[in-house]
Design a protein around this ligand. Structure first.
Ligand code: SRM
Ligand code: SF4
Length: 569
């Protein structure tokens, strides 16, 4: 799209709403106080996102309520800000209690290393925020057109470099917080507000960003944060165990719309290397370039990836250098070898241990015979280290002393909780987004159907002798890409009830996007399509070749009409 055509169109309604909102206040406070409805207005819904809240309704109940002439079953999703996915045991206990008392009882680990509460009714929103505040947590900027939860590798003790990446992530997260005090006024009855309403937003400006802005830090050889999916990424470059600086990536993103070729997933470009002390300058320059040049006339074209795609990487790099005063040096060599989370006990460089716990779809709940939430609550009661949430929706009990290790082991054993190491490689590398019943954008089931999808594929994999092969599968209820599906070796992307677009051919380390092979198949159709491919992979793969690489090499030749593979099945 040319900049001329963009300038010819007016800014979207969201832009005037932001600009007139008095720095994200709008009428949220009045709407929350209105007891005549369980919901809030459309404008307040849009603004509340900046405070980490989404008004949703239970889609399972929609039809029945409509028939009965009743209001939708409104409730809020509240997403907390947790850079690097790290929470103390005391914080976990409060999250657990708030879910029990003020929301749906389960806690949902997200693909950006934080926690979402669902089912928070309007009257409980402020109490929930106050509860978070009591342990120094908040939901500021967890959603909205701002810098989102910053990701960092979840296992800092593995090396000093991990700790540095975590600290840099926290520092940028703090630096990029909006200056408005709206959150404190609306949800905390003015707490901490000194001198009245904040009337400027030096970095963001009054209309904030054109769209969400996501930042992550990766420590090779693990690409657990999927660094090329972020608007802005920092890859730690260590030399002789010391931090030399960062390679910077920009312009990654996953979301697209089915059938709209102007929207697409994109890998971030590698801009070059910067010294370690220049992160905030460079990140601010990237953010402000996007603030000034991002497309505010079309929200489907407003992410940084489109700004870079339209204007070119060279232009973008020059703009960032000019604004930051930092010149990019050539990118330094690095290699990613995995995206997977470790499971079970792992010894750290500092003599402590961490325990990687597989959590299917990140759903922390007490299931019959598997009371994971109760077990974690008990562990939090005695744990002196902390907890880490991973970008693959898993849970890590970190900083465990050798003395406490058997105590934690005993609690896990008492509740029958296992690390998941016995699971298939596919299950251990499966991600799914929330989708139904809470997500208003879901076109198909995702989290709720993942167990069925896994069970079907596992049968095929077992028969092919591939039980333990680490193959990544990512399922979403729509093409927005919340489980980063376009980086899955296998991806099922919801199109309609029990209809999924099937993608294959990403590699296992998150550096190559997959490709569409079948535009719309039911789950059984996807399994039927993949069964012969999986069997061929077992027989014909090169030594050490991953499933995605095999599909890319053998099944998806560059010049093939990709859809024909799906149509033929
Ligand atoms: Fe997402 C919108 C859930 C990570 C791309 N995402 C939504 C909403 C809020 C639906 C809505 O707008 O009404 C979903 C709420 C569902 C619910 O009921 O809870 C939702 N997204 C999630 C989470 C919870 C998925 C999960 O199962 O873990 C993840 C929360 C992350 C966090 O803690 O901040 C989540 N979303 C992602 C990711 C992955 C990532 O960031 O690493 C992506 C793809 C990366 C990217 O942004 O390009 C992603 N979500 C989207 C999009 C498409 C954005 C785009 O510009 O293309 C939407 C729709 C939108 O913004 O209009 C969306
Ligand atoms: Fe909802 Fe789509 Fe995101 Fe899944 S991918 S949570 S269905 S917006």
């Amino acid at each position: 799209m040319s900049s001329e055509s963009k300038e010819a169109r007016p800014p979207t309604e969201n832009e005037s709403l932001k600009g007139e909102s008095r720095f994200l206040r709008g009428k949220i406070a009045e709407d929350l106080a209105d007891t005549s409805t369980a919901g809030i207005s459309e404008d307040s819904t849009k603004l509340a996102k900046f405070h980490g809240m989404y008004m949703q309704d239970d889609r399972d109940l929609r039809m029945a309520l409509k028939k009965a002439g009743k209001e939708k079953a409104f409730a809020f999703m509240v997403r907390i800000r947790l850079p690097g996915g790290r929470a103390t045991a005391a914080q976990w206990l409060v999250l657990d209690r708030l879910a029990e008392e003020l929301a749906s009882p389960s806690l949902r680990i997200t693909t950006r290393q934080t926690i979402q509460f669902h089912g928070v009714v309007k009257g409980n929103v402020k109490a929930l925020v106050k509860g978070l505040r009591s342990v120094l947590l908040d939901s500021i900027s967890a959603c909205g057109d701002v810098n989102r939860n910053v990701m960092a590798p979840p296992n800092p003790e593995r090396s000093p470099l991990h700790q540095m990446a975590y600290e840099a992530a926290c520092e940028w997260s703090r630096y990029a917080l909006p200056k408005t005090t709206a959150y404190y006024e609306i949800y905390l009855d003015g707490e901490l507000v000194d001198g009245g309403e904040q009337t400027s937003e030096p970095m963001y400006g009054p209309t904030y960003l054109p769209r969400k802005f996501k930042v992550g830090f990766a420590v090779p050889p693990s690409n657990d944060v999927d660094i090329f999916s972020h608007d802005l990424g920092f890859i730690v470059i260590g030399e002789n165990g010391k931090l030399a600086g960062y390679n910077v990536t920009a312009g990654g993103g996953q979301g697209m719309s089915h059938g709209n070729v102007k929207t697409f997933p994109r890998l971030g470009d590698l801009l070059g290397f910067i010294p370690a002390d220049k992160i905030n300058e460079v990140a601010r320059a990237v953010l402000e370039t996007q603030r000034d040049f991002g497309d505010r006339t079309d929200r489907k074209h407003a992410r940084l990836k489109y700004t870079i795609e339209d204007r070119g990487v060279a232009w973008f790099k020059g703009e960032v250098e000019k604004r930051s005063g930092v010149a990019f040096a050539p990118a330094r060599p690095f290699e990613f070898t995995t995206i997977s989370d470790p499971v079970g006990w792992q010894e750290c460089a500092d003599g402590t241990w961490f325990y990687g716990l597989h959590v299917l779809s990140g759903r922390v709940k007490d299931a019959p015979g598997y009371p994971i939430k109760t077990a974690l609550r008990e562990i939090a009661g005695i744990h002196t280290g902390d907890f880490r949430l991973t970008p693959s929706q898993n849970f890590t009990i970190s900083g465990v002393s050798p003395g406490q290790k058997p105590v934690i082991e005993a609690i896990l054993a008492k509740h029958g909780i296992t690390d998941g190491a016995h699971h298939t490689g596919l299950r251990l590398n499966a991600l799914s987004c929330v989708a139904l019943p809470t997500c208003g954008l879901a076109l198909a089931e995702s989290e709720r159907v993942l167990p069925e999808i896994l069970a079907k594929f596992e049968t095929v994999l077992e028969e092919a002798g591939l039980r333990d092969d680490a193959i990544s599968i990512r399922v979403t209820g729509c093409p927005n890409g919340c489980a980063r599906p376009y980086l899955g070796e296998i991806a099922l992307i919801g199109k309609a009830p029990n209809k999924y677009a099937v993608y294959l051919g990403a590699n296992h380390v998150g550096t190559r996007l997959n490709r569409l092979v079948a535009p719309s198949l039911p789950i059984d159709g996807a399994v039927a399509l993949l069964t012969p491919i999986i069997k061929r992979y077992a027989l014909e793969r090169d030594p050490g070749e991953g499933f995605g690489d095999f599909c890319d090499r053998v099944i998806l030749p560059r010049d093939a009409t990709l859809h024909s593979i799906g149509t033929a099945a």
